[in-house]
Each structure stands twice: as structure tokens, then as C-alpha cells.
Ligand binder design. Structure first.
Ligand SMILES: [Zn+2]
Length: 341
């Protein structure tokens, strides 16, 4: 899988020993912090004293500690990764990192990265089934990324004992429709009801998603309406006029917005642009409204967090606290789908 996709154009990082670095037929054992830097289209591995330990276009690094390899990113954060990491240069000359990791270690990290520390076991099991379902759709040779385009994968630091227990209990299980693993969707909190996949627009959306009522996420911070005022031009040049919400789905999420010039955009696409331009905390949920304010500003309100399709994670955690097991949780949010062992 490709790492650090949220850090484009990386030109260097630090690796912390103990680890083993292999390039061509050379192997270097590293016990302290080393710097890896891109220079003249080569990767340079430098000791703390800036002595060049290795120079190559591609390196394989494997951590020797119990938590795997420690990597210090340019923002100072340290992440630990299991398996091997292949470091090389991409087409633009930036640093590229591929993590070769077992499905089990991948699953442990993703379920931990995508859940809150207090989520109960049965909610974590439901999450683990969903991630395995997504993996079952990949073909050998396909790459995963570490961002929410796939699912967050933040390394071994997010493995927790309860996550480990959940992954072991549901190992090999996936969610299917018509005998095939489904395209999975989940979100932080739906704030009242989930949406079917029509929300994503287009004609080829998965038919096996169904809107379900969910008040189980009532205790989440996203149940309350989030209100914000933004300058219209902060949304980007394409939004120099304010669109009006047209059709909404039965969960109250806008499906279509229309501009005064006759153009239209799907509610989901508009929401993505809002997040990308203004930050995801401004309009965290896709059940939003908007109206013009004075002085070129727009008033926006929203409930929920995330797109609202599929499993509501806060709702799943509450159902687990009420005694529901992962099968009941998955059946609640995916009523048309079946668990496959
Ligand atoms: Zn919910």
C-alpha cells in the first residue's frame, strides 16, 4: 500500500532504529535516527553525523522493534509500520513509500485508525467486517492508499487490545449482496437517518444501500446543528453565485443544487468542494442548508458528520453498548446485505 498520500511531494523523512536497510546487495543496520533525503534523483541515507550510509534509487527498510519501523514525518509526528517499506522516487522525483504488510496487520491498523478508543467490541467487529469486505474486492497487485479515499491506515500505533480481539473474532467474514462483497460506505454520525447511495450522484450507484432511521448517534457531538458563515469567494471561483438546494433525499440531504445560470451540481459534490476549500469542520455533514448573508457571505448549517451513507459509526457504538452484536449492527445499517463466512 502507498503511504503518506496526504503528504504530497515529500523530499525526506527520518527513520528511527533499530531497523535494517537494504539497497542492491548492501545491507545497513541502523540503531539510531537516520535521515533519508532526495538529492540528484537519488535517495541518500544519512547518519546523525550526516555521513552517507547508502545511496540508491530504491531502499527496503524493515523495523526490528516490536512495533515495526518508526518513521518521523516532516511535521514531527512518529508512526510505526509493520512489514517492509520500499522507498523510491516517483515520476515527479518526490519520495514514494510502499508498505508491504499482511492483511491481518493492515486490518488491525485500519480498524484502530477508523474508530474511537472507547468504541465497544461489537462495533469494532462490525468495522472489521467492513474493512475485510473492501479488501475482498481488491485484485492482486492493486495498491491501497492510507487516506480516507480507501480507509485511514495510520500504522501500528493504532492497534489496541480490543481491536485485536475484534479482528480475530470476525476474521474471514465479509458483507455481501447477491453473493459478492459490497462496496462499503460508513461515516461518523448520521444525526437522524442514513442515506442510500443515490446521494453520490450518477446512475451506477450501488442499489443495496437503504436509508435507515438512526437516533443511536444522539450522544455524538455531530447531532447538534453546526452553523457557520463563510465568504462566498472562499468556496472557489466556480461558486461566484450561490446555488439553491433543489431535490433532497428522504433523509433530508440535498441531491441537487442549481445555479442562477442554469448549471447544477450534486449535493455531495458541492459538500466535497466545501470541505476541500474551507476545511471539513465547517460543514461536517451532508445534510446541509445554505442561504445568502450580506456582504458576499453565505450562512451554512449542517447536521451529522461524513457523507451519511451506510453504517453510522457513533450509532453502531451505541447499539453495541445496548447489547447488540455485530451481526445485528450490520443487519441494521445494511438490511439488504448478508454476512458471508
Ligand atoms: Zn446515526
Amino acid at each position: 500500500m502507498r503511504l503518506f498520500q496526504a503528504h504530497p511531494k515529500m523530499s525526506g523523512l527520518k527513520i528511527e532504529g533499530p531497523c535494517r536497510v537494504v539497497a542492491h546487495n548492501q545491507t545497513v543496520s541502523v540503531s539510531a535516527v537516520c535521515t533519508l533525503r532526495v538529492e540528484n534523483n537519488q535517495l541518500l541515507l544519512l547518519s546523525k553525523a550526516q555521513e552517507c550510509l547508502l545511496k540508491a534509487r530504491s531502499l527496503q527498510v524493515t523495523g526490528s522493534s516490536a512495533r515495526g519501523l518508526a518513521i518521523r514525518l516532516s511535521d514531527g509526528r512518529v508512526r510505526h509500520y509493520r512489514g517492509n517499506i520500499i522507498l523510491s522516487l516517483d515520476k515527479s522525483g518526490a519520495l514514494a513509500a510502499i508498505n508491504q504488510v499482511s492483511p491481518r496487520d493492515y486490518l488491525l491498523s485500519v480498524v484502530g485508525s477508523e474508530s474511537l478508543p472507547d468504541f465497544p467490541l461489537e462495533a469494532l467487529k462490525a468495522q472489521a467486517v467492513l474493512t475485510q469486505t473492501r479488501l475482498a474486492r481488491y485484485k492482486p497487485g492493486d495498491y491501497l492508499t492510507d487516506t480516507t479515499n480507501d480507509e485511514a491506515y495510520l500504522g501500528a500505533d493504532y492497534e489496541r487490545p480490543l481491536v485485536r480481539q475484534a479482528v480475530m473474532k470476525v476474521w474471514g467474514q465479509k458483507l455481501c449482496f447477491g453473493g459478492r462483497p459490497i462496496e462499503i460506505f460508513y461515516h461518523a454520525a448520521c444525526a437522524g437517518s442514513t442515506s442510500d447511495a443515490r446521494l453520490f450522484g450518477g446512475k451506477n450507484y450501488p442499489q443495496y444501500y437503504q436509508s435507515v432511521v438512526c437516533n443511536h448517534c444522539r450522544k455524538s457531538p455531530f447531532w447538534q446543528t453546526k452553523k457557520t458563515i463563510l465568504p462566498i469567494d472562499s468556496l472557489g471561483q466556480e461558486f461566484n453565485a450561490l446555488p439553491q438546494i433543489g431535490l433532497t433525499d428522504k433523509a433530508g440531504r440535498p441531491l441537487v443544487l442549481s445555479f442562477p445560470n442554469g448549471h447544477s451540481i450534486s449535493g455531495y459534490s458541492f459538500w466535497l468542494r466545501l470541505g476541500q476549500k474551507s476545511g471539513w469542520d465547517k460543514v461536517p455533514g451532508t445534510r446541509f442548508t445554505l442561504k445568502a448573508e450580506r456582504m458576499g457571505k453565505v450562512f451554512l448549517s449542517s447536521t451529522g458528520a461524513g457523507h451519511g451513507v451506510g453504517m453510522c459509526q457513533w450509532g453502531a457504538a451505541e447499539l453495541a453498548r445496548q447489547g447488540k452484536d455485530y451481526k445485528q449492527i450490520l443487519a441494521y445499517y445494511f438490511p439488504k446485505c448478508r454476512l458471508s463466512f
